[in-house]
Ligand binder design. Structure first.
Ligand SMILES: Nc1nc2c(c(=O)[nH]1)N[C@H]1C(S)=C(S)[C@@H](COP(=O)(O)OP(=O)(O)OC[C@H]3O[C@@H](n4cnc5c(N)ncnc54)[C@H](O)[C@@H]3O)O[C@H]1N2
Ligand code: MOO
Length: 478
């Protein structure tokens, strides 16, 4: 939860999404202190290289497909990793300006994970009546008191006022009778057989009465625009009288899964493999704030891809596979056919360097994730996360670093994202981190950002939390 300053009711009244975005704390920059520290580039790559299979195509120079000069060109075009994230965020800001999607009234049971587009202003005093904080007796004046026959329960009819010297049994949360001077807890009073109540310790005026308006007055601002709706926010909104909250709409995402080799059930056979991305991406995207509308399997069919992209009205189209230069890699040709503008065409990151970001329309983008599953995760966190976060007006996570327990082999020029588990005060790199592997990430708490040249044991690395490992809203997978 982040506070983003306060606004008055009048200012908030016709607040649109763009303004909501402007109030969300500026991203301090996707790279943390450890990234872009050029000293790292000069660090010799540590010798240990457990289970690291990321050298597949690592230098981008002479792959099995494509002429060497094409590969050299594509490496030249590749965007540095921090810049790619910043470009994705900028693209989303421009899309928000272009689309001006109206804030929505989200019922409380559908609002988790959204961002407030209007301040949460109390619709009532809280508490809305003088309330007993304890089970015991409401008393008037100094004791001893005569206990009246009728007690007061929470949610029941308004009790008659007390007269001086009178007491009434009262339950926690019940309305305190008018002219009560205190509530005496059950354990601090004694009654005799004739309904006479005696305090067993001093009674302070007003004790254990929660006066009306103690927490807020009707009209007070409880939370500013830009606040992430957490379970606690839902509770507060309900307490303050809301049935729905005014929120930034979720960005809509269509997922297009490419590849003729993909099976949707059973074991891999005859050169066919299971689609790992169809099941993985939708819940992950939802954790990033998106509404996933369609997951479509397109095969390696350029026409079908063209049709799916041009008929989508999602804010973001995500494709998987087909980003490289192979004979059935249709993403680039389709983008150029429809005149899309490539904002990012390759990123200096391993795995995932063929990832791309294109502008389809002023308010519609496409993120092309590479087909290798860990490369797809890399693209998801590099391009889709900043884009969706900005469209959803969520605050950027605070960058943080931890020391790496072990050395991590580096790429000579590119950033590496390496699955790690967080143990004590440090991050332990996991071994199964090859681009086609999910074994490491499935056991991981975070991805470590390893600068070009690698990292020594004990070296601080920026960490990207995974939604299920953070204590944040991501765990809710709304
Ligand atoms: N000549 C070159 N070839 C390749 C390069 C290169 O630079 N030059 N880069 C390699 C890298 S790195 C990656 S990553 C991949 C990216 O490939 P694509 O995005 O075109 O993806 P595909 O070729 O369609 O698939 C790659 C790989 O991933 C498997 N795959 C695809 N979709 C899924 C899915 N939904 N679930 C599980 N696995 C999937 C697919 O079967 C392939 O094995 O290109 C390299 N080639
Ligand atoms: O190294 Mo690729 O970008 O397999 O991910």
């Amino acid at each position: 939860m982040t506070s983003h300053g306060t606004r008055t009711d009048e200012e908030a009244e016709d607040l649109d999404v763009e303004e909501a975005l402007a109030l969300v704390k500026e991203n301090p920059g996707p790279s943390g202190p450890s990234h872009g520290d050029h000293d790292h580039a000069a660090t010799p790559a540590p010798a240990t290289h457990h289970g690291d299979h990321s050298h597949h195509g690592a230098h981008g120079a002479h792959g099995p497909h494509g002429a060497p000069h094409e590969q050299a060109d594509s490496h030249h075009r590749a965007t540095p990793w921090p810049e790619a994230r910043a470009t994705a965020e900028r693209a989303a800001r421009a899309a928000v300006r272009a689309a001006r999607r109206a804030p929505l009234a989200a019922p409380l049971d559908a609002a988790l994970g959204l961002t407030l587009a209007a301040p949460l202003t109390a619709l009532t005093d809280l508490p809305s009546f003088d309330t007993s904080a304890m089970d015991g007796w409401a008393v008037a004046g100094p004791g001893p008191w005569t206990v009246r026959d009728e007690g007061v329960l929470a949610g029941h009819a308004e009790p008659a006022p007390l007269t001086d010297g009178e007491a009434a049994r009262i339950a926690t949360g019940a309305r305190v009778p008018l002219d009560s001077t205190a509530v005496l807890r059950t354990e601090h009073g004694r009654t005799d057989g004739r309904n006479r109540l005696q305090a067993t310790r001093d009674v302070v005026h007003g004790q254990d009465i929660r006066p009306r308006g103690q927490e807020c007055r009707s009209g007070d601002q409880l939370l500013p625009v830009g606040t992430l709706v957490t379970p606690a926010v839902l509770g507060l909104a309900a307490a303050a009288g809301y049935d729905s909250v005014t929120a930034v709409p979720r960005p809509r995402v269509d997922v297009l899964v490419l590849g003729d080799e993909l099976l949707t059930e059973g074991r891999p056979h005859d050169g066919l493999i299971r689609d790992a991305l169809g099941p993985m991406l939708p819940p992950w995207l939802r954790a990033l704030g998106a509404e996933v509308r369609a997951v479509r399997r397109i095969g390696d069919d350029a026409e079908a891809l063209h049709r799916a992209v041009t008929t989508s009205d999602a804010d973001l189209v995500i494709t998987t596979g087909g980003t490289a230069a192979g004979p059935v890699d249709h993403v680039h040709p389709v983008l150029s056919r429809i005149g899309a503008e490539l904002l990012v065409d390759g990123v200096k990151v391993r795995p995932g360097h063929p990832m791309l970001l294109a502008r389809l329309k002023d308010d519609q983008h496409l993120v092309g994730l590479p087909g290798n599953p860990l490369a797809a995760v890399s693209g998801l966190l590099t391009l889709a996360e900043p884009l969706l976060r900005t469209l959803a007006a969520r605050p950027a996570p605070e960058p943080y670093t931890l020391p790496l327990r072990d050395a991590v082999h580096g790429h000579p020029y590119d950033t590496r994202l390496v699955p790690v588990v967080l143990r004590g005060e440090g991050a332990v790199p996991l071994h199964y981190n090859g681009p086609a592997m999910l074994r490491g990430i499935a056991a991981a708490d975070a991805l470590a950002v390893v600068p070009p040249g690698g990292a020594r044991p004990g070296q601080e690395a920026e960490l990207l939390d995974l939604p299920w490992a953070t204590g944040g809203i991501g765990v809710c997978f709304t």
